[in-house]
Design a protein around this ligand. Sequence first.
Ligand SMILES: [Zn+2]
Ligand SMILES: [Zn+2]
Length: 371
Amino acid sequence: MADYYDILGVPRDASKDDIKRAYKKLARQYHPDVAQDKTEAERRFGQINEAYSVLADDEKRAYYDRYGSVPSAAQEGADFGGFGGFPFGDLFDTLFDFGGGGRRQRQARPSRGSDLRMGIRISLVDAFQGASREVELTSDVACAQCEGRRTLEADGFQNCPQCAGMGQVQQIINTPFGRLTQVAPCAACRGQGRQLVKPCPGCRGAGRTPQKRTLSVKIPPGMDSGDKIRMRGEGEPGTLGGPPGDLYLVVEVAEHEEFRRQGDDLSRSLKITFTDAALGASVEVPLLTGEKETLKIPGGTQNGTVFRFKGKGMPRFQRSGRGDLHVEVEVMVPTKLNSKQKKLLKEFAEAGSQEAEPQSFFEKIRDAIFG
Ligand SMILES: [Zn+2]
Ligand SMILES: [Zn+2]
């Protein structure tokens, strides 16, 4: 999105009059009724109006200067408190109102703050055991000076002159069904019915200030990538005494060098010697947490064979029990043999009758040693 100041061609410290003058000049130039290139003019005209609607309004401008953008009503819904938000609670009377009797003084009402989302990266070991973490974040909190009221003065707000404090405006429109009165939220005050005239100096009227915070987070065992930890009340502040939103920490479990995770199961590979594979042996399998499990390998075990340890996988998140651990053996063929070993293996090969044994394993060994 282009910068609003650039769109209007004014410096960042431009006065309200400067902004108004720049707007009028550009609006005349790009008005779709007078411009040559209608499509381009419409686009520019829209941008100019959008820029002006923000920069001409003290509180919107303050917000824009601080954050570089202004949330639209559509994006933020009723939760966005800075400008009061669009009055969704009264959607019905903002639609077609035949009698025009739905017009009444509206009250700005408390709204809940927006939820926040933040990623948190943990190791597979943390996911296995659970962990405690300190999370640092910068997010808005209610302004300490005005406590979110946006002004320090009793007369900090005045009724919107555009809608006389009603928060909505009526338009007569002609439709195939006859003339209808359309009641729409007032654009000047965003349906609030009031305008901030004496903004709090602490927050320039935004009612909130960014603050760096540190939160202690408990990560329960068994969490997987995409799981969320909800921290109640740690989101954006509400407005007019509304409750704050929540903070959602979205977990991302980092890859592990040795262990892979599939749901609640873990798998790892384990190197074994070709003699252990051929003759059978007891070997130690290191677990994720550093403990060891004993694996009995039967004689004649093939490369790639998977052994399963039931209940030695990941803890099941918010359920009892654990997944399984799959151990895939990788048979190591020696690359350096001394003359005695070579002699023995030659004798072994010549002893013949390996047909009954699975073929590929011994072929591999032969190829590796003699090939
Ligand atoms: Zn304030
Ligand atoms: Zn208004």
